[in-house]
Design a protein around this ligand. Sequence first.
Ligand SMILES: C[S@@+](CC[C@H](N)C(=O)[O-])C[C@H]1O[C@@H](n2cnc3c(N)ncnc32)[C@H](O)[C@@H]1O
Length: 272
Amino acid sequence: MTVRSWLTMAREQLELAGVPSAKLESEILLGHSLGLERSFLLSHPDEDIAELPANALLGRRLNGEPLSYLLGFREFYGRRFSVNPDVLIPRHETEEVVEAALGLPLASDAVVVDVGTGSGCIAVICALKRPRWQVFATDISARAIQVASRNSDALGASVQFFTADLLDPMTDEMFDLVISNPPYIGRQEVLESQVADYEPALALFAEDQGLAIIRRLAQAKSKLKPGGWLVMEVGHEQGEPVADIFLEAGWAAVEVRKDLGGRDRILVARAS
Ligand SMILES: C[S@@+](CC[C@H](N)C(=O)[O-])C[C@H]1O[C@@H](n2cnc3c(N)ncnc32)[C@H](O)[C@@H]1O
């Protein structure tokens, strides 16, 4: 089979399966299976290929497996993060959470913790963009911490990782910033199968209509230095209830910011 005929066959099958960027994905899958750049494939359409490895990848994609798990990585904030089914695939919205944190008026040697670090994407980017910050990161999943730690090493970041329930082991530390993309989806919500069937439930769901972990994070005020900040991703329908939770918990200032799609997405709260 030639490059051209495989790409045509794969694109048609992906389109039939409802994959939005079928053409692009077919090129990415073939390039990945052959270890070749897409640009080479596109300029050599008549090249004969060994199609079996590509067919295997295509079959998994048609079954709904996310492209990032098949490739083993995802770009986040311009860097490549290794991912596997132990960690959430980093989302573009979360780059806006990082952006909000980097925009705060923090000291150059701020002490920062990323709670629920997953692949480490938030903590690692913070550490790379602000090399003088002291960055900690926690996750309740030891497997996620392994992935995050490998990503941090591979990208040359300095982050201290802990397998922990939220901030539990941080008894002595006081922070200038707590940043988090916690699990915030209610158990009753129906997700597309490529998310629900493949990404870790621990990373997605929380009790109490998705608010259980967020309620606990509202108590992180006691772990902040005076005037410290919390920046957290929230579900697009959670802006108001989450703001209420933080105001009731006694935070001095609470703001819900929208993402680029105009939906509530980022809570920025300041301790008194
Ligand atoms: C939505 S994912 C976010 C992952 C990563 N920060 C990102 O933005 O892509 C939530 C993460 O929180 C972790 N988590 C869930 N419950 C936790 C808890 N009680 N304490 C610490 N981490 C927790 C999950 O294992 C998961 O890695």
